[in-house]
Design a protein around this ligand. Structure first.
Ligand code: SF4
Length: 223
């Protein structure tokens, strides 16, 4: 079986996962109740598969799907403001074929990049429990084994950073925006998460964000 087929099989397993009863119940409830602006839409309301180029050199690790973003559209970083920031930066630096990410059938294709998350079910308040992190870590560990071409791991937010460190058993690394390490033959680059909490407050500006992707491009060109 090829790595692509194994990734597909893994994602098939993910979308039926119910290892975290609290999250399984929450995402179904959100999908049932919806919000006014999306009242006519059918929510995905299941765990989210990762996606992208199976031969990717860049792996992006986010936090978890947003209740009315990925949990609605069925694709990570799709249908919310974090997804807008990610798509635009990836498009500007050649990692995506279009600058917006609105639905899973919008035609977006990632080039040399793969997107995953620390936790694959939207958590209440964007705050997964430690037990939920630990449950979901198995999938990231498997992806790291299957994505054999990855040279650079870009983690978004401290949660994405900690998830990667946990998955590779790395200790003592300190999260900061722009922090860069070399671990197990791969570069680890950390960024603030493009959540509204960061982008609306100016903690993460567009220039800071775009700079991370330009740096990622430069690192990949030199490895
Ligand atoms: S968070 Fe991960 S481990 Fe928990 S139910 Fe969702 S997919 Fe399964």
């Amino acid at each position: 079986m090829s790595s692509w087929e194994k990734l597909y099989k893994l994602n098939t397993k993910v979308i039926t996962c119910e290892s975290c009863p609290r999250l399984a119940q929450y995402i179904r409830q959100v999908g049932h109740e919806r919000v006014k602006r999306f009242a006519d839409e059918e929510y995905w309301a299941r765990p989210l598969p990762s996606w992208g180029d199976p031969c990717a050199k860049l792996l992006i690790i986010g936090l978890a799907p947003a209740a009315h973003g990925g949990n609605r559209t069925g694709r990570m970083f799709t249908g919310d403001s974090s997804g807008d920031w990610l798509a635009r930066a990836m498009h500007e630096t050649g990692f995506a074929n279009m600058p917006t990410s609105r639905s899973k059938d919008d035609g977006m294709v990632l080039k040399d990049a793969y997107i995953t998350a620390a936790v694959r079910c939207a958590p209440p308040g964007n705050k997964p429990l430690l037990s939920e992190h630990l449950n979901c870590s198995q999938y990231l560990v498997s992806e790291l084994q299957l994505l054999g071409n990855v040279r650079l791991v870009l983690t978004l937010g401290k949660i994405g950073f900690d998830a990667y460190c946990r998955a590779i058993c790395a200790r003592g690394l300190v999260f900061d925006h722009g922090a860069r390490y070399e671990v197990n033959g791969k570069v680890l680059l950390a960024s603030y998460h493009p959540s509204r909490q960061n982008t609306n407050t100016g903690r993460l500006t567009w220039q800071m964000w775009l700079q991370i992707f330009k740096l990622a491009k430069k690192i990949l060109a030199s490895t």
